[in-house]
Each structure stands twice: as C-alpha cells, then as structure tokens.
Design a protein around this ligand. Structure first.
Ligand SMILES: [Fe+2]
Length: 296
C-alpha cells in the first residue's frame, strides 16, 4: 500500500499483519499496533520524544544481564506485572487470589529442606521467624506432595545473589507439603529493600519523584501437577512501604499476620523477640508449568 496520509499508516500495518498464520499472534500484534499508533496520536509524540523512547527501550535490554532483569523491574514499576497477575489468577480476576508477581530473584535448584528445617544456610543476623503454611484447593482440601520453593531477602534487604557475603542459596529452600498440605520452616524476618535504580527504571522513578522501596515479604512458588502453579509473596503487616510498593505488588489477601513474640521460643537458641507466620495458600485447578527463571 502506498501511504497517502498519517491515518493510512495504521491501516497498512494492520493489512500486513493479516498474513501471520498464528491467530493469537495476529490478535496480540493487531491490538498492539492499534494502541501504539493511537497513543502516538493522542500525545502528539514529537520526533525527539520518539528518539528518546527508542534509546530508553534499548537501554532496558543493555542493562539486563544473567543476574539482573531490567525488563521485569520496568514492568513491575509500571504496574503491568501486577495487572497481568490479577488478570490470570483468581478465576481470571473475579475472586481474591494468593497469586503475586514472580519478581526478578527466583532461582531454580533451591536446596531441599525438610519440613520444619531452616533456610538460613549460613550465619545471617535478624530476628527468628517460624513459618507454618498450608496449601489447599478451592474446596479447602489439603494438597499433599506439592513442591514449594521459598526465597527471601536478608534482614539487610539483600538476596543471596546480591550480597557476596551471603552463601549461595542462603535464605532459599525447597519443601514438600505433608499429608495435611502443610509445610513449615525457620528463617529470619525479611526486610524491605530498594530495587536497583542505576538504569532506566531509576530514571523513570526519579522523573515521577517516587521512592524505590519494596515492603518486606517472603516469596513462594508452589508446584503440583493438576493445579495452576501458584507464585506468591506474603507481605509483612505493618512494614514500611506496604501501601506504596514500588512494584505495586501488595494486595489485601497477601498481607500476612506476622506475629511478634517475646519469650517461649520454639527453639532453645532463640533469644529475645521472634516472629511467627501462619498462612494458607489456595491453589486453582489448572496446568502446572514453571516460569522462566529471571536469573541463573
Ligand atoms: Fe522480593
């Protein structure tokens, strides 16, 4: 098609898209082109702004390495990750869900830990935390033999792959639910942490005058054939930044009741304050698939 005016560009691109044999590809790309072109018309994007935008997209890729995923951080900072999660869980966005974003720090091959064991694999300061969790189906029946990955930041707010002082795979563990659908472990209270701001995401936040903090949370990934893989985060009630998470991840269902105790600890080596968390994860029927690991 020879293009005669600005409207015709959109028509020409959509015409070419009709050649694509994959129907879902046609649907997604067709909508993308229409929205992208409409967006440029709406804001009357200038040539300079367009050049800046292209450089920005390139910078997201250039910033990404095997241990850092700038695209995931960007999607989170724009609320897109949270939206995609809520659209695809809780009966496709109709009901409350324990599902949450994967985040950029899940690693495959977490060390296997027995139920009740510790995920603190090398000395790491912080108040002791004892987690008792249950995995249930939509009829509230226990899900047995589910594989559960747990990962979290230290009390200083760093993951094992970010802090060279931490032993690899520290504060990570893989559990199997028992006959009552339960799993439990000992750890330390996680802390909130800043997301990296030395790349395009940092520029975005600075331009908006936003902080770059996430509230304290534990990460979970629960896998059981016959059920949709449940990716979750359980946030610490009362933690700073709970209502202004830079990644827009906090939903009501995911604010956990982390209870502070003093005395009568469940282990003799615990001195002073300690915390407990009881939480139930509801899984939906569906396909058990593992996500692509954001880092190696
Ligand atoms: Fe996290």
């Amino acid at each position: 098609m020879i293009i005669e005016n600005q409207q015709m560009v959109t028509t020409a691109v959509l015409e070419e898209l009709k050649r694509a044999p994959n129907a879902r590809f046609r649907e997604i790309m067709g909508a993308l082109v229409q929205h992208l072109h409409a967006f440029a018309r709406e804001v009357k994007l200038t040539e300079e702004e367009f050049q800046t935008a292209c450089a920005y997209v390139n910078a997201i890729g250039q910033k990404t390495t095997s241990t850092h995923n700038e695209a995931v951080l960007m999607a989170g900072s724009l609320g897109l990750s949270s939206l995609i999660c809520l659209l695809n869980n809780g009966n496709k966005g109709q009901t409350e869900t324990a599902a949450n974003m994967l985040g950029p720090f899940w690693r495959k091959n977490s060390p296997r830990v027995n139920n009740g064991g510790s995920i603190v694999h090398s000395p790491t300061p912080g108040p002791a935390l004892f987690v008792n969790a249950r995995v249930i189906d939509s009829a509230k029946k226990p899900i047995t033999d589910a594989e559960v990955d747990v990962w979290q930041s230290s009390t200083e707010g760093l993951y094992d792959n970010q802090d060279p002082r931490l032993k690899a795979m520290n504060l990570r563990g893989k559990f199997t639910t028992d006959k009552d659908g339960r799993f439990g472990f000992r750890s330390i209270l996680p802390a909130g942490y800043p997301i990296p701001i030395d790349g395009p995401v940092g520029e975005l936040l600075a331009a908006q005058g936003r902080h770059n903090m996430r509230p304290a949370h534990l990460h979970f990934l629960i896998f059981k054939p016959g059920f949709k893989t449940l990716i979750s985060q359980v946030y610490v009630n009362g933690a700073p930044y709970l209502d202004s998470d830079v990644q827009f991840g906090v939903t009501r269902a995911l604010v956990g009741d982390y209870v502070r105790h003093e005395g009568n600890p469940p282990a003799p080596d615990v001195k002073g304050e300690w915390y407990s968390l009881d939480y139930s994860f509801g899984m939906e029927k569906g396909e058990a698939k593992l996500p692509r690991a954001p880092i190696e």
